[in-house]
Design a protein around this ligand. Structure first.
Ligand code: KIV
Ligand code: NA
Length: 278
């Protein structure tokens, strides 16, 4: 896994080559990703769901996200790491947004911060960018806004919505965003945004025409069996099943006393044991 920089993603876009991104929340998994060709990782606030078991991403907080991002960085010392700014870490004031974005850089070693944006966040994106921090502007479905309607649904499916998204993407780039993420948006609209954007566009469930793709790792691995996946999530593995098999075997061997055995035990030398018995 060769070191990737933001400049590399720009070059890939220019050459019309796709790049891959996966979410990651821990050191151990990051160390496994380090042995693949995945180009970049995102420490998503989906950690609130995948790691902490919440129903939405809203309970993710700065301290948790900084700790998880630092752990991922330790497992992927060379990779491009994108940190997701959690709910209320950038909405309250521009000063808080800059300070919190900066924590991901200085405390966790992230390369890029991602912010879920509407037209009200243009000044925030500009200010964080001006502070010298690369911002990924996240448009389309914005899970942190679930409270406004109570549910998340595909975006860019009407002409009015589509025009708004295409316009918002452009305004974010004009404000200094160095990357875009388009989530859950009509393929045709994500394609237009990608074609018109000079910065790389990452798709999360917005079709194949963007510059790169990102999915949540628990979906990709098949770790969240029984969970209802969105239409765009594809499962590429059976890791949940593998874990259950290993744990079932462990449980069995403990209970039939075949594990541990003598070979996995420490021993006191016979001489010492003799002394003890004297
Ligand atoms: O939190 C997350 O995992 C995300 C991506 C899936 C885009 O925001
Ligand atoms: Na997120």
């Amino acid at each position: 896994n060769a070191k990737k920089t933001l400049a590399d993603l720009y070059r890939l876009k220019e050459n019309k080559q796709k790049f891959s991104c996966i979410t990651c929340y821990d050191y151990t998994t990051a160390s496994i990703i380090a042995g693949t060709d995945i180009d970049t990782v995102m420490v998503g606030d989906s950690a609130a769901q995948a790691i902490l078991g919440h129903r939405t991403t809203l309970p993710a907080d700065m301290d948790t996200m900084v700790k998880l991002t630092a752990a991922v960085r330790r497992g992927l010392p060379e990779s491009l790491v994108i940190a997701d700014m959690p709910f209320l870490s950038y909405q309250i004031s521009i000063a808080e947004a800059i300070r919190n974005a900066g924590r991901f850089i200085t405390e966790a070693g992230a390369d890029i911060v991602k912010i879920e944006v509407s037209e009200h966040d243009i000044d925030t994106v500009r200010a964080v960018s001006r502070a010298g921090i690369a911002v990924m502007a996240h448009i389309g479905i914005r899970p942190q806004s679930i409270g406004l309607s109570g549910r998340l649904r595909a975006e860019g499916t009407t002409a009015i919505q589509a025009r708004g998204l295409i316009d918002l993407a452009q305004r974010m780039v004009d404000a200094g965003a160095r990357m875009l993420l388009v989530e859950g948006t009509a393929r045709e609209i994500a394609a237009i945004i990608t074609r018109r954007s000079r910065v790389p566009v990452l798709s999360c469930g917005s079709g194949p025409d963007c510059d790169g793709q990102v999915l949540v790792i628990t979906d990709v691995l098949g770790l969240n069996e029984g969970a209802k996946l969105p239409k765009f999530a594809k499962c590429f593995g059976r890791v949940g099943e593998n874990i259950r098999e290993a744990l079932t075997e462990y449980d069995k061997q403990v209970k039939n006393a075949s594990f541990p055995d003598d070979a996995t035990s420490y021993h006191i030398p016979a001489k010492e044991l003799e002394k003890l018995n004297k």
